[in-house]
Design a protein around this ligand. Sequence first.
Ligand code: CU
Length: 525
Amino acid sequence: MEAVHAHEHGHEHHPSGIMRWVTTTNHKDIGTLYLWFSFTMFMVGGVMALIIRSELFQPGLQVVNPDFFNQMTTLHGLIMVFGAIMPAFVGFANWQIPMMSGAPDMAFPRMNNWSFWLLPPAALLLIISLFVPGGAAAAGWTLYAPLTVQLGMGMDLTIFAVHILGMSSIMGSINIITTILNLRAPGMNMMKMPLFVWTWLITAYLLIAVMPVLAGAVTMTLTDRHFGTHFFNAAGGGDPVLFQHIFWFFGHPEVYIIAIPAFGVVSQVIPAFSRKPLFGYTSMVYATSSIAILSFLVWAHHMYTVGMPVQAQLFYMYATMLIAVPTGVKVFNWVATMWKGSLTFETPMLFAIGFLFLFTMGGFSGLVLSITPVDIQLHDTYYVVAHFHYVMVAGALFSAFAGVYFWLPKWTGRMYDETLGKWHFWLTMIFFNVTFFVQHFLGLAGMPRRIPDYALQFADFNMISSIGAFGFGLSQVFFLYIVLKAIRSGEKSPERPWEGADTLEWTMLPTPAPYHSFETPPVIK
Ligand code: CU
């Protein structure tokens, strides 16, 4: 109560300017920081992707040397996963979880601040690793031993960056879990929570379970490099395949750490623009939980080629295929939500439907790869690259765009330009497929990934893919323009921006949350 009084009497000190952002403990401010950080990293990782695609525009070596090419593949992957996609959804979590569950703020506001401010130094470590002797780790984002034991100092910076990113994620997860379990408004039962809140609760448990495993993998790499251990050194009695096991025990659930909050956003957007409650809410909660649990049992489908017993291959193959069942439940529910709905197709809905279509395609190519004998053929080819970009870009990124367009009016009080938003969707949709659909064919024809040069028969599809990539990149600069225009001069948004497709009603939130406000909520003692 004291803090409330202090606020009323104007004694509370609010820093302004840059210090407001450095010291903020407000979940909305921190959400905004996460989202802008995410977009910045999206641009940095995007430039790296365009360097890769420039080199692959033609066969032969024209733009960069092979070592730098490999550094780009590493940093593009790490920056997009840890710098762009994950922070985007943590930004959504910060903005939406307190408002959707009726909490005054996140449970630990100061730790929330620290979770965010760990990210810029970690990203900086990754980027400056390019400029140390030997350059960034040229090992791919999976950082496989034994190569990483031999690389230069860039690898040490990468290891340190991964440690910091892990700390940030774990603290963020503790905050999210505590907020959801302890700070819900009266009457907000678990089974009444908007699905976005549910998906983040599940994701936060996944993060706490696997980030320490990744930290362990890179710490073992570190001690192999500098302290004379031989975890991954066969000559010293270790095993390089051990690294792959540990990495993918983290790496497969990581796919769902990215995908599950994306499911959450889509589960808010589709009901809103269908003007119907979400179909099969309870089954959505259980399907999401099943996906999370199964994601711990399938990691070795990334390593069919290391030479494992047939029994193990069969186990991982069938376990992986099993994930298609709860995923199918979710896709069915989204489609059933739209069925006989009063549909409109504003930009958030377009991105949500784009997600549904393309993520399902990514799921199908994942099923193809889960079949052991097929995977052994396609391992380390562009088919794999195509598959996971359908999951990561068409899945996570499309969902993130849906979320930004959907919630921007709530966050800023202003509308974006609907015509421009639709242009952004169609440009993104077309250029995404131009870039990545052809990569399925390259992979089926045997083009290996992470190689800067290629045989002549791959030339045409590579040129198409590179043209698509540049179009895709430019479309995202256009997205920046749309958002800035909305913030600066967008029309004032009505309290219910989606004309009957109101978020609050269809997500079962009992009381309107304090939208349009950057004020610090009163501290609850
Ligand atoms: Cu996997």
